[in-house]
Design a protein around this ligand. Structure first.
Ligand SMILES: [Zn+2]
Length: 209
């Protein structure tokens, strides 16, 4: 049973690699946009839409720029001269822009990241770049939250990591159930934030203050 499951996973991964490595040309991507315009009910040959496929593919490069980033490399440069600082390092209310992998619709919100260093700290702006490296991909919020926390955990080996994301999913607000102003909240705590309820509490109080 296990052997069969493993075999299936291996084969799927190989296929994914092959499929992604044969990336479409820009012309193919633009043609796909023309197809979607027609699917929406408009004529891609009319003047106002002539350059739209070019603009959409360019926008895609920005929206999905995370695929070109190496999240671990972003955190590679650490600083060890911290004068014994061993308390919370927190960045809160960081703007988050991501895209749901089910509808390719925007997920807009904010992220809060904290860690307690164990001798190693990283430049504050790197935390924001780490978020973008994972957010600017097709995502689900749960996975995004875990990826950010796990990368911090594995590269910095801190005493604990806390990540919270609060975001509105436009696939829920502009279609489907049409619920506006509903934030989905996800969290991931490791180390002392997971083991010590007081630390979790401090994190939550700091991001609300
Ligand atoms: Zn969705």
């Amino acid at each position: 049973m296990n052997a069969i499951a493993y075999d299936t996973i291996t084969r799927d991964e190989n296929q994914t690699e092959e499929y992604v490595s044969s990336a479409p040309t820009r012309a193919e991507a633009e043609e796909a946009v023309r197809t979607l315009i027609r699917w929406a009910g408009d004529d891609p040959r009319r003047e106002g839409l002539l350059d739209t496929p070019k603009r959409v593919t360019k926008a895609f490069q920005e929206w999905f720029s995370g695929y070109d980033e190496d999240p671990e490399a972003i955190l590679a440069r650490t600083f060890e001269e911290v004068e014994g600082y061993d308390d919370i390092v927190l960045m809160k209310d960081i703007r988050l822009e991501s895209y749901c992998e089910h509808h390719m619709a925007p997920i807009i919100g904010k992220a809060h990241i904290a860690y307690i260093p164990d001798g190693k700290v990283v430049g504050i702006s790197k935390l924001a770049r780490l978020i973008d490296a994972y957010a600017k991909r097709l995502q689900i919020q749960e996975k995004l939250t875990a990826q950010i926390a796990d990368t911090l955990e594995s590269v910095l080996a801190p005493r604990g990591v806390a990540v919270m994301i609060e975001a509105e999913h436009q696939c829920m607000s502009t279609r489907g159930v049409h619920k506006h102003g509903v934030d989905t909240v996800t969290t991931r705590f490791t180390g002392v934030f997971q083991e010590d309820a007081k630390m979790e509490d401090r994190f939550l109080r700091l991001i609300r203050s």
